[in-house]
Design a protein around this ligand. Structure first.
Ligand code: HEM
Length: 397
């Protein structure tokens, strides 16, 4: 009886008390070596013109959920669901527990938590709104070996933070509240280096060891705004997201020598600099590749079929913003790895920006030798909302 009473009192504790305790002040102050402010206390604003989690400097971890809308849920149901999910996200991202949060102690360290919603084709149909032409599965590419377990879906929720426990709690709260309206179609977890392991602003590395994300529009610039934000109708201030699960054959990759690995992408492994630049020094990473440079034997220094030569377009509009995460799952059978990239890209228009790049890579890209797309999904990402509003109000309001 005594224990039960204690447990009930614990549940009833205010978030502030829970916060104090969970953030470590349960220890005696003179013994507390923890620097303040804590990373866990960092927050990203939820409300705004754009949803957070896109221009936000990528957090260390992400869980991406794709839900299917249950049969019988109508436009009104979608509105009710987005009102609740918006409220949850607005609270949790600011370090406050969600309504009826059974584990409020887990909400106290937001660690730059962001929650980003995307609508699939069926969501927009049920909402009786006009869908952009690109809101459908991507055309099928020759390299694809897509598995339904990682593809499509009606509602996307990207939960990202610098703390995986925060993500797990947030995902659970959102799923509890979405449960009457949706079923889970797939979930995928991704990671980068833990917060604080490397200098802030360091470009991520993927599991091939490559510096990945160098040539990317920079948030806060006009170039980024132009690439990412849609300006049409209900999607104005929103964007689109392409989520591709791309398996990377690490075992095969490791049979390739270092030179071969660098040629396949056109950049050095050491610092991510183009092969026409220096393999030493951090700054060289951002040097412009010289695709015209040739070796003494007359061959291009950056192979014309290398990933960067094929991915880069002369066409100003064919640009995307990549915000990928690594995945590393249980190997099947006698393989020793089951790893890859949770490729996530944002662009104002999928057909005009993403598809031409993927088309070119599909035709020819040295990297295809070691990579296989096994999942694919496309969502329209509505704009953000202001306090008192909700995500999705531009089609459900
Ligand atoms: C560049 C890796 C898939 C589009 C790069 C770079 C690496 C890389 C190491 C060079 C550094 C950088 O600028 O980020 C990979 C891996 C992939 C993959 C390992 C699959 C597992 C894709 C896909 C697309 C894509 C599916 C789009 C359809 C690009 C673009 C660039 C790039 C646009 C920049 C090219 C430039 O202008 O220099 N990728 N990539 N990549 N990648 Fe990928």
């Amino acid at each position: 009886h005594f224990l039960l009473g204690g447990a009930i009192a614990g549940i009833g504790a205010t978030t502030a008390v829970a916060a104090d305790y969970a953030l470590g002040s349960g220890r005696r102050p003179e013994q507390d070596p923890t620097p303040t402010p804590l990373n866990g206390s960092n927050t990203v604003p939820f409300y705004g013109e754009h949803q957070a989690g896109i221009a936000t400097d990528a957090q260390a971890y992400a869980t991406v959920l794709a839900l299917d809308i249950r049969a019988g849920v109508d436009r009104d149901g979608l509105r009710r669901m987005m009102l609740i999910l918006t409220d949850d996200a607005a609270r949790l991202t600011q370090g406050q527990s969600a309504l009826a949060d059974a584990e409020p102690e887990l909400a106290v360290a937001p660690a730059r938590l962001t929650v980003t919603f995307g609508f699939g084709q069926r969501f927009v149909e049920i909402a009786q709104a006009e869908a952009p032409g690109w809101l459908r599965p991507l055309p099928s590419f020759g390299v694809d070996r897509l598995e339904p377990a990682f593809s499509d879906g009606d509602l996307l929720i990207q939960v990202a933070a610098d703390d995986p426990l925060t993500i797990a709690h947030t995902a659970r709260m959102l799923l509890k509240d979405a449960r009457t309206f949706t079923t889970v179609r797939w979930t995928q977890n991704g990671f980068r280096r833990a917060h604080g392991s490397v200098k802030a602003g360091t470009t991520m590395r993927n599991l091939f060891g490559q510096v990945d994300g160098t040539s990317n529009p920079v948030p806060g610039t006009d170039g980024f705004d132009h690439v990412v934000w849609n300006t049409d109708g209900w999607l104005a201030g929103g964007t689109s997201v392409v989520v591709r699960r791309i398996s990377m054959d690490l075992d095969k990759w490791d049979r390739l020598d270092r030179g071969g690995k660098e040629q396949s992408v056109g950049r050095y492994l050491s610092n991510g600099a183009p092969l026409t630049s220096s393999s030493v020094g951090e700054a060289a990473e951002f040097d412009e590749p010289d695709f015209a440079a040739t070796s003494r034997a007359g061959f291009p220094v950056i192979p014309e079929f290398s990933h960067i030569a094929r991915a880069r377009s002369d066409h100003e509009d064919e640009r995307i913003f990549r915000r990928a995460y690594n995945y590393d799952d249980r190997p099947a059978d006698d393989a020793i790895s089951n790893s890859g990239l949770l490729f996530i890209s944002f662009q104002a228009d999928v057909d005009a920006q993403f598809v031409p790049i993927q088309d070119r890579l599909d035709q020819l890209d040295l990297l295809n030798e070691w990579t296989i797309p096994i999942g694919s999904a496309v969502f329209a990402v509505p704009p953000g909302c202001l306090d008192g509003g909700y995500v999705g109000e531009t089609i459900l309001g």
